[in-house]
Design a protein around this ligand. Structure first.
Ligand code: FES
Ligand code: FES
Length: 164
């Protein structure tokens, strides 16, 4: 049975009446017209649908909308401050880490979560976190370089096989 849900997305409150088991991804994309979270696998495997819920990277294809009620949700559309990109977004641009871009919102939000944990992460922890996300363009070297850049680490990732 449908019921009303109070969603706090990018600092705005929305009321959405829908099935409580409906994936948050569908509500964001179809009801709120926030298309930055992408549908990839629909099974929690690829990371394309990632947003932040209370600051933690969360896969919305497997998150019922009822689980997200009254919790702060940040999508890629809400990450920049006005005209100023978030430092992770800027690092992805600086390192030319976008090819088709399909996976990038989820990759960026996963990196934001990782880098907000306090203290610079190790390269190993960056690789471990980002390896949970699939890039169909296989742009992994530049994505890792972007996260290392955002973390303040010197580049160490070879960037072979990617366009310059
Ligand atoms: S679409 Fe959600 S993890 Fe792949
Ligand atoms: S940049 Fe194309 S899927 Fe990752």
């Amino acid at each position: 049975m449908e019921r009303e849900h109070r969603l706090l997305v990018n600092g705005r409150e929305h009321r959405v009446t829908t099935d409580p088991d409906r994936p948050l991804l569908d509500v964001l994309r179809e009801d709120l017209e926030l298309s930055g979270a992408r549908y990839g696998c629909g099974e929690g495997e690829c990371g394309a649908c990632t947003v932040l819920i209370e600051g933690r990277a969360t896969r919305t294809c497997i998150t019922p909308v009822s689980d997200a009620q009254a919790r702060a949700i940040t999508t890629i559309e809400g990450l920049a401050q006005g005209d100023t990109l978030h430092p992770v977004q800027q690092a992805f641009l600086d390192e030319q880490a976008l090819q088709c871009g399909y996976c990038i919102p989820g990759q960026i939000l996963r990196a934001v979560d990782l880098l907000s944990a306090g203290g610079p992460p190790s390269r190993e922890s960056i690789v471990a976190a980002m390896s949970e996300h699939i890039c169909r363009c296989c742009n992994y070297p530049r994505i890792l370089a972007a996260v290392e850049h955002a973390a303040g680490l010197a580049p160490a990732t070879p960037q072979t096989g990617a366009e310059s």
